[in-house]
Write a protein that binds this ligand. Structure first.
Ligand SMILES: [Cu+2]
Length: 263
């Protein structure tokens, strides 16, 4: 009997190590890798580019996969998703179109990498389809670094629109007001700076996936986020706005939600 128990334990350990070994081999933790089938080609920047301006323009071509952010944060659909851009392996944003740009604000001159990663609707990265480009940032007119900000009170956020119990259909604008907090797009993915950040719009929950991003519809550095209901079933749903630091972590500790009827 004892021998059987030992054997079972050994089998369980072996199985677990196999799962772990596979995850390590894929270069990402378990549960966060997707197999999107996407083929991604980087058109710009070219590898080894020297960037003298303060914004890196990007352009990609994605095939075998439909880039459609209307479904981001909702159930995964085979062959549909978006892609993530990372600077030095830190997420800048989820991207919905072939072209984008990355601000060099608070980026040190020198060698950097930019990664393009196809992702499923739940934001799980497809590391097998990832493309990485290295470039050198050598600004001719360097940007002054952003300094920490102090506010009289704690950061908070409230939802201005829609009103609780409203009926929404097709799409709507989730409008927020942030207090004691400065919203900024240029610091997406950079090191945290006190007083600065952005917000994420989530549906129904903020606890799925890494840093709650499994149900993230998108992010905003402005007053509103356009919510698509394409992937959301009719019925009552909660839409949540969460203040985030530049690394997309909810360390600010402020969120607000509104429950509406999706028709
Ligand atoms: Cu974010």
């Amino acid at each position: 009997m004892r021998r059987n128990k030992t054997r079972l334990g050994a089998v369980a350990v072996a199985a677990l190590s196999a799962v772990y070994a596979t995850a390590v081999a894929l270069g990402a933790p378990p549960m966060m890798t997707a197999n999107t089938g996407a083929h991604l080609k980087v058109r710009s920047p070219a590898t080894g580019t020297t960037l003298t301006g303060n914004s890196l323009a990007t352009s990609v071509k994605v095939t075998h996969f439909k880039v459609d952010c209307r479904y981001a944060g909702t159930a995964n659909r085979k062959g549909i998703g978006h892609y993530h851009i990372e600077l030095d392996k830190s997420l800048i944003n989820m991207i919905c179109s072939p072209r984008s740009s990355i601000s060099m604000l608070n980026v040190k001159p020198g060698k950097h990498t930019v990664q393009f990663i196809p992702a499923a609707n739940d934001h799980a990265d497809d590391m097998k389809a990832m493309k990485q480009i290295s470039f050198t940032y050598k600004p001719s007119h360097p940007l002054p670094a952003v300094k920490p900000l102090s506010f009289p009170g704690k950061p908070s956020v409230s939802i201005v629109s829609p009103k609780p119990g409203a009926t929404v259909h097709g799409s709507f604008n989730l409008v927020v007001a942030a207090q004691n907090f400065k919203l900024t797009c240029a610091l997406y993915g950079k090191a945290p700076v006190k007083g600065y950040g952005h917000w994420h719009a989530n549906v129904d929950t903020t606890t799925m996936g890494m840093m709650g991003m499994g149900t993230m519809l998108g992010m905003s550095c402005g007053k509103s986020f356009h919510v698509s209901l394409a992937g959301i079933k009719p019925g009552q749903h909660k839409f949540i706005a969460i203040l985030e630091d530049n690394t997309h972590a909810p360390t600010i500790g402020a969120k607000a939600s509104v429950t509406v009827n999706v028709k």
